[in-house]
Design a binder for this molecule. Structure first.
Ligand SMILES: [Zn+2]
Length: 262
């Protein structure tokens, strides 16, 4: 039964055309003696044949389009740049690592670092990260030399592949620095104190919670919310983002954020 069905599914258009041809021939033979009728029947069948042809063509175009867009999606998927990056400690310094987990090689052409004070450092690079491999990039010394305790900065990469170019996400990192300017620890995110003043009276309104912030842009956005809340509650100065003493203690106890691998 299944075989018959499969056969029918595959050959229905052919069978229909064949049946129509046989039917047309039978009619023609029957009305051979009456030319007017034979002509009408001939016209009718040629109309049916054209309709079938249009139907088949349309179906063919539809199927082709479907498989074409499927192929295109597959191609885009395979040629997409897929990168992971982070900052790690290495021999008392900090460096950026970039992993290529996509199928195509890409070039890292720029390393962008933004400091908390808004200063931007752009380093030109010319290094290829092959599919399935990882490379490291040095960071400017000024991020830790002669800086007491810790420094926070954003990192963004510019990449180029054969088919596309673009920028990675912007990510903030915090590095802890020893008195001899050696990098002790690298953490993902902003683990710095973030004081916010009340825009109305200008007094200190509290430290902002910096948990789960991806980068400085996120932090500035949160700061705006906190400022408007401080202004609205002046002079009590309360905000959902005010870092409480209990909260700080809790964070210190939990060892702050996620430690980046060495
Ligand atoms: Zn105020």
């Amino acid at each position: 039964m299944k075989k018959v069905r499969a056969f029918l599914d595959k050959h229905v258009p052919t069978l229909v055309v064949l049946a129509l041809v046989i039917l047309a021939l039978a009619f023609l033979q029957h009305y051979w003696s009456d030319p007017a009728k034979a002509q009408t029947i001939g016209a009718l069948f040629s109309f049916i044949a054209s309709a079938i042809l249009v139907g088949v063509t349309w179906e063919y175009v539809r199927i082709n389009q479907k498989s074409f867009s499927l192929q295109q999606a597959q191609w885009e998927q395979q040629n997409r740049v897929v990168l992971r990056f982070g900052v790690r400690r290495y021999r008392g310094r900090a460096q950026v690592w970039v992993a290529n987990i996509g199928r195509i090689d890409f070039l890292i052409s720029e390393l962008r670092v933004r400091l908390k004070n808004g200063e931007k450092i752009v380093k030109n690079e010319r290094r290829i990260v092959g599919s399935g491999s990882r490379r490291t990039f040095s960071l400017p010394d000024k991020l830790w030399s002669n800086i007491p305790l810790l420094s926070t900065f954003d990192v963004q990469l510019r990449y180029e592949s054969q088919h596309e170019s673009g920028h990675s996400a912007v990510r903030a990192f915090t590095i802890f620095i020893a008195t001899n300017s050696e990098v002790l620890k690298v953490l993902r995110g902003i683990e710095d104190i973030w004081p916010v003043n009340c825009p109305k009276c200008g007094h200190f309104g509290g430290g902002m919670v910096t948990e789960s912030l991806d980068n400085f842009d996120d932090a500035l956005e949160r700061e705006l919310v906190m400022k408007s809340e401080l202004q609205a509650t002046c002079p009590e100065h309360s905000s959902q983002w005010s870092e409480s003493v209990e909260h700080l203690r809790e964070r210190r106890k939990n060892g702050q954020g996620t430690v980046q691998e060495d």
